[in-house]
Design a protein around this ligand. Structure first.
Ligand SMILES: *Cc1c(COP(=O)(O)O)cnc(C)c1O
Length: 410
């Protein structure tokens, strides 16, 4: 980029996360708008043929065509990068296409990946099945067993991939320990930060090289759009991902970018409010006679409670899972009880999505994890009696009352 540069918002270097969340982006246009503009244009007019040539050759930074970049998308990328503490970000059409771009940008046939076995179901399919077709081999290991990650390292290991906390068991991995393994192996560490967002956890502070987002969840925050992103250094983004994006086009639409951009402005207060409600709900669930076990990193009973509190700014996040009991440990009866709790709600939304202001409730074994075999589900600990609640901004007393309708009357 020799000549022109896309200008930056003038902010003091010490500007903090909450301010970056409402200010970072691009300077306003000639009209001085205070709320960011939505640029619905597929292409950008060039002043002359020579400038167009320089810009297409990447000798000058400018907007050319919205498959590559668009001002509204750039605003979202800059804002999210600033919040994650990385020098760059590249937005994608979905969370899954962010992981697709990650693989296409970093991996080639003959490379090896180590991935947590507890990551999002479609991520398991993408690494295990789709990338496998192109000669990339993936070993799946326990989310929480650092020794298993170390033991899986091979000479051709190029990428470690984790997600923390996981869905629906809220297992927390030690990002710092995994980054040490990656560094020794000469591999990258990518962390899917969907559940915490930079409001609660910044994986690069613990040594991660790349942060993955499904913007669909808390970044939008109101269940409106599908979006994704990779945050990383400017060098990695420019060298590894920008060329793939230009050729492959898993681009985020300006409209969806604008929705996420405005969602980021309230991310921090939403995460705080939703996490507080989730903690109160988790404590209450632990005291319910119909509940066998509660999974929430903010509870002292959580196996990685101390690690989670250190890594996630003393917050457990907003997703709570629990197991409803069944007499004689009968799986069919447990499923019936879980369905009864879900179907007895009058307020909560029965949907597998999460990160919405509306509290959602789902049965992981038959929805998000329905494609697994019963053996795989048992190994992963996703039993038939499990119910997942992604706490939104509903009054927590209403959420408790809604769950009590089914829990109190089996
Ligand atoms: C939803 C989700 C994804 C995929 O994101 P989409 O935007 O639905 O493509 C990836 N990782 C995690 C942890 C998710 O919850």
């Amino acid at each position: 980029m020799s000549e022109g540069k896309i200008p930056r918002v003038k902010l003091p270097p010490e500007t903090r996360l909450d301010t970056l969340a409402v200010r970072e982006g691009l300077p306003p246009s000639a009209w001085g708008e205070n709320s960011e503009a939505l640029f619905l244009t597929s292409s950008f007019v060039q002043p002359d043929a020579a400038t167009a040539a320089a810009r297409f050759a990447n000798e000058e930074e400018a907007f050319i065509y919205s498959r590559f970049t668009n001002p509204t998308v750039t605003m979202m990328e800059r804002r999210l990068a600033a919040m994650e503490g990385t020098s760059a970000c590249i937005a994608t059409s979905s969370g899954m296409s962010a992981i697709l771009l990650l693989g296409m940008g970093l991996l080639k046939a003959g490379d090896h990946v180590i991935c947590s076995q507890s990551v999002f179901g479609s991520t398991v399919m993408l690494f295990g099945r789709e990338f496998g077709k192109f000669g990339v081999e993936t070993s799946f290991v326990s989310q929480t067993d650092v020794a298993a990650w170390q033991a899986a390292v091979k000479p051709n290991t190029k990428l470690l991939f984790a997600e923390s906390p996981t869905n629906p068991l809220t297992e927390v991995c030690d990002i710092r320990a995994l980054s040490a393994i990656a560094r020794d192996a000469g591999a990258w560490l990518a962390v899917d930060n969907c559940f915490c967002t930079p409001a609660l956890q910044r994986p690069v502070e613990y040594g991660a090289d790349l942060v993955i987002h499904s913007g669909t969840k808390y970044l939008d925050g109101q269940g409106r759009v599908i979006a994704g992103a990779i945050c990383a250094s400017e060098q990695i983004v420019n060298e590894k991902f920008v060329p793939v994006m230009r050729s492959a086009g898993m681009t985020l639409s300006p409209f969806n970018a604008w929705v996420v951009l405005k969602g980021l402005e309230t991310l921090s207060i939403r995460m705080q409010a939703q996490s507080e409600r989730a903690l109160a709900l988790a404590h209450w669930l632990e005291a319910q006679p119909g509940v066998e076990r509660v999974f929430y990193p903010g509870l002292a009973s959580h196996p990685q409670h101390a690690l989670a509190m250190a890594q996630q700014r003393n917050s457990g996040g907003a997703v709570v899972s629990f197991i409803v009991g069944a007499k004689k440990g009968d799986a069919a009866a447990a499923r019936k009880n879980a369905f009864h709790v879900i179907d007895s709600t009058e307020i909560l939304s029965i949907t597998a999505n999460l990160g919405d202001t509306k509290t959602t409730i789902t049965h992981p074994a038959s929805t998000s994890h329905g494609r697994l075999s019963e053996d795989q589900r048992q190994a992963a600990g996703i039993v038939q009696g499990m119910v997942r609640v992604a706490v939104g901004l509903d009054d927590v007393e209403d959420i408790k009352a809604d769950l009590l309708r089914g829990l109190g009357s089996p």
